[in-house]
Design a protein around this ligand. Structure first.
Ligand code: SF4
Ligand code: F3S
Length: 104
């Protein structure tokens, strides 16, 4: 499966939603997550994210992100249509430790 990681938070560009063939993105206030049981590992979303926030779960150190994606995909609503990103999205691109500072 692929997972959404830290740099999505407060960027939420949503280009990923548009390309996913199985609509397995789920929406929180500040970020999206991927449902690990629904993702078919096609990989098309990874290069589409301007924030480079989507990675395969085989990348090192992503266990906690996989858990977070699974946990919140179970409770957040499914999102199938892209909307505009937050107006200040670009200001948050690359800001460190967003999980600790801005996750909600
Ligand atoms: Fe969707 Fe494919 Fe990305 Fe999985 S890898 S979230 S199936 S676009
Ligand atoms: Fe987030 Fe990137 Fe999608 S910033 S909403 S994972 S396009």
């Amino acid at each position: 499966t692929f997972v959404v990681t830290d740099n999505c938070i407060k960027c939420k560009y949503m280009d990923c939603v548009e390309v996913c063939p199985v609509d397995c993105f789920y929406e929180g206030e500040n970020m999206l997550v991927i449902h690990p049981d629904e993702c078919i590992d096609c990989g098309v979303c990874e290069p589409e994210c301007p924030a480079e926030a989507i990675l395969p779960d085989t990348a090192p150190g992503l266990e906690s992100w996989l858990k977070l994606n699974a946990e919140f995909a179970a409770v957040w609503p499914n999102i199938t249509n892209r909307r505009d990103p937050p107006a200040d999205a670009d200001e948050f691109d690359g800001v460190p430790e967003k999980l600790e500072r801005y996750f909600s």
